[in-house]
Design a protein around this ligand. Structure first.
Ligand SMILES: [Zn+2]
Length: 73
Protein backbone atom coordinates (compact mmCIF):
# COMPACT_ATOMS: atom_id res chain seq x y z
CA UNK A 1 0.00 0.00 0.00
CA UNK A 2 1.42 3.36 -0.99
CA UNK A 3 -0.81 6.07 0.43
CA UNK A 4 -2.80 5.77 3.57
CA UNK A 5 -4.21 7.60 6.49
CA UNK A 6 -3.70 6.18 9.89
CA UNK A 7 -5.54 7.12 13.03
CA UNK A 8 -3.33 6.79 16.04
CA UNK A 9 -4.84 7.02 19.48
CA UNK A 10 -2.97 8.71 22.28
CA UNK A 11 -2.64 6.82 25.49
CA UNK A 12 -3.68 9.93 27.36
CA UNK A 13 -5.84 12.63 25.84
CA UNK A 14 -4.41 16.11 26.13
CA UNK A 15 -5.63 19.54 25.23
CA UNK A 16 -4.28 20.71 21.91
CA UNK A 17 -5.28 23.35 19.46
CA UNK A 18 -7.15 21.52 16.75
CA UNK A 19 -5.35 21.91 13.43
CA UNK A 20 -8.64 22.31 11.64
CA UNK A 21 -11.01 24.42 13.69
CA UNK A 22 -8.31 26.04 15.84
CA UNK A 23 -10.16 25.42 19.07
CA UNK A 24 -8.41 24.20 22.15
CA UNK A 25 -9.90 20.77 22.59
CA UNK A 26 -9.15 17.47 24.16
CA UNK A 27 -7.42 15.45 21.48
CA UNK A 28 -7.57 11.68 21.75
CA UNK A 29 -6.28 10.69 18.34
CA UNK A 30 -4.08 12.05 15.66
CA UNK A 31 -4.35 11.50 11.99
CA UNK A 32 -1.13 10.50 10.26
CA UNK A 33 -0.78 10.85 6.51
CA UNK A 34 1.45 8.42 4.66
CA UNK A 35 2.62 8.77 1.11
CA UNK A 36 4.81 6.21 -0.57
CA UNK A 37 5.37 4.53 2.78
CA UNK A 38 6.69 7.70 4.39
CA UNK A 39 4.94 9.90 6.89
CA UNK A 40 4.07 13.17 5.21
CA UNK A 41 2.61 14.78 8.26
CA UNK A 42 0.05 14.51 10.97
CA UNK A 43 -2.96 16.41 12.15
CA UNK A 44 -4.16 16.95 15.67
CA UNK A 45 -7.92 17.03 15.41
CA UNK A 46 -10.68 17.33 17.93
CA UNK A 47 -13.28 14.60 17.77
CA UNK A 48 -15.86 16.43 15.61
CA UNK A 49 -13.21 17.40 13.06
CA UNK A 50 -11.72 13.94 13.04
CA UNK A 51 -15.10 12.39 12.42
CA UNK A 52 -15.77 14.80 9.61
CA UNK A 53 -12.44 14.21 7.95
CA UNK A 54 -12.83 10.47 8.23
CA UNK A 55 -16.25 10.63 6.63
CA UNK A 56 -14.93 12.67 3.76
CA UNK A 57 -11.95 10.45 3.19
CA UNK A 58 -13.69 7.13 3.65
CA UNK A 59 -14.02 5.31 0.37
CA UNK A 60 -11.24 7.27 -1.26
CA UNK A 61 -8.25 6.30 0.76
CA UNK A 62 -7.66 3.33 2.92
CA UNK A 63 -8.16 4.10 6.57
CA UNK A 64 -6.54 2.02 9.21
CA UNK A 65 -7.67 2.45 12.74
CA UNK A 66 -5.36 1.10 15.33
CA UNK A 67 -6.61 0.68 18.82
CA UNK A 68 -3.96 0.17 21.40
CA UNK A 69 -6.13 0.76 24.39
CA UNK A 70 -6.09 -1.86 27.04
CA UNK A 71 -8.59 -0.38 29.42
CA UNK A 72 -7.73 1.57 32.51
CA UNK A 73 -4.15 0.59 33.02
ZN1 LIG B 1 -11.53 20.70 15.47
Amino acid sequence: MINKIEIQPYQVAKKYRCNLCDRLEKVEKRLVVWRKNQVVGDLLLCNPCLETIVEIIRGKEEIIEEWNFRGGE
